[in-house]
Ligand binder design. Structure first.
Ligand SMILES: *Cc1c(COP(=O)(O)O)cnc(C)c1O
Length: 410
């Protein structure tokens, strides 16, 4: 046994030596821009202003959702008691699925939806169920890990296509004679913030008789006039569309859904193992999500989206004014809440992150292999609950860090 343990420990030590060991911060307070965080065993609790949450609309600690959650628990108890096929499927789950199907019906004829415990599981389910042995999955090269793992779980052959390269994908599809073709892409890329060319992908799906699976984890709630995400923002409509939306980010709760033509959803209920062989999420979660959807599509949601857009514009114009003229740091072209500041090498990204930390600001540094070599970045994620003063603090601190490295300043 100790030899097995030693092997694991060596690997952890090697990560440590490369400064790649991951550590978890403990959040002592609710999700909000200002949070008290503890790095267990390393540092005492500190109150930090964070720019790395996925709570894009600031709903994760909204009192109306906490109230709906409590109400759901009073109505249904805490546990679902079983899987969706074996008594775990409550009225709250069914209502949520009806609402989400309604929401997505402008984009998908005869839409139905299926609720999952997490987006990770939804992606495993869709790709493993649709991607049988006679299928080929065409996977965008910057896809989220859950889509990569879903493609691995599928019996289908997997072909990657270059980032946003519609012409290359067209050629790959043309030279494929598999009876089932599946194009799969993130709608908003999680490390870059840019939006995939989804309308063009849909045109390819039509031309080559393929499914188009779109993971809108970062667009749902945020993009489109009523927050329905990339399909609403781009005005898509097709029975080939299989949409995955996550409900733990902008929706502020937990879970995910697949929306698709009713035949696809019926099929998933029969065949998707990550749907079938797991306990249904607590009904109270679905009950709280109904309240979240009402917020998102209503006036408050519109106000929150407008506030988020104002913070995005403020950050972009503020940073552009302080970026070094030599082009050694630049802001990626992103219209979304994800705003990466690319600074080049790992050491520089880590140094800037440490300097921000000194100012009580938390921004994630993303390094290769998560992103291509030479494009280490600070991944700034904005939320409707950030104030104008919060963004101004970040812009000031970044301006200083980019021009006055800590060593020289000291
Ligand atoms: C977060 C995320 C997921 C996973 O969703 P969870 O509900 O957190 O499991 C899937 N895809 C993308 C692109 C994501 O960003």
């Amino acid at each position: 046994m100790s030899r097995l343990l030693d092997r694991l420990q060596e690997e952890i030590d090697a990560l440590d030596a490369l400064s790649l060991r991951r550590r978890r911060q403990i959040a002592e307070t609710a999700c909000a821009p200002e949070q008290t965080l503890t790095l267990a065993g390393v540092a005492a609790p500190r109150t930090m202003l964070g720019f790395s949450s996925n709570d894009y609309l600031g709903l994760a600690a909204h009192p109306a959702l906490a109230k709906a959650w409590a109400e759901g628990a009073a109505l249904y108890g805490t546990g679902s008691g079983g899987s969706h096929l074996i008594l775990g499927h409550s009225r709250a789950h069914a209502q949520l699925e009806e609402r989400l199907a309604d929401w997505m019906s402008p984009f998908i004829p005869q839409a139905r939806s299926l609720f999952f415990c997490t987006g990770y599981m939804a992606n495993l389910a869709v790709l493993s169920a649709l991607g049988g042995a006679d299928a080929v999955i065409f996977s965008e090269s910057l896809n989220h890990a859950s889509l990569i793992d879903g493609a691995r779980l599928a019996k289908a052959r997997v072909e990657r296509y270059p980032h946003c390269d519609v012409a290359a994908l067209d050629a790959q599809l043309a030279s494929c004679d598999a009876p089932v073709k599946i194009i799969v892409s993130d709608a908003v890329f999680s490390m870059d913030g840019n939006i995939a060319p989804v309308a063009e992908l849909l045109a390819l799906a039509k031309r080559h008789d393929a499914w188009l699976v779109i993971d809108d984890a970062h667009g749902f709630g945020v993009l489109g006039a009523t927050g329905r995400g990339v399909p609403e923002a781009l005005g898509l409509r097709s029975e080939r569309l299989v949409l995955v939306g996550t409900l733990g980010k902008a929706a502020g709760v937990s879970g995910a859904f697949v929306a698709a033509h009713r035949t696809v959803v019926d099929y998933l209920v029969q065949r998707a193992r990550p749907y079938i062989f797991t306990t249904a999420a607590p009904p109270a979660v679905a009950h709280a999500l109904l309240a979240s959807l009402a917020l998102i599509e209503g006036e408050e949601g519109a106000e929150r989206r407008a506030r988020l857009l104002a913070r995005i514009a403020q950050l972009r114009s503020g940073l552009k004014a302080v970026l070094p003229a030599d082009g050694s740091a630049w802001l990626a072209e992103s219209p979304t809440a994800i705003q990466p500041l690319i600074v080049g090498d790992n050491a520089r990204a880590m140094r800037i992150m440490a300097q921000l930390d000194g100012h009580g600001l938390r921004v994630g540094a993303i390094r290769p292999p998560t992103v291509p070599a030479g494009t280490a970045r600070l991944r700034i994620a904005l939320s409707a609950s950030h104030g104008e003063g919060d963004v101004a603090r970040l812009v000031d601190a970044l301006g200083e860090a980019l021009f006055r490295p800590a060593k020289e300043a000291a």
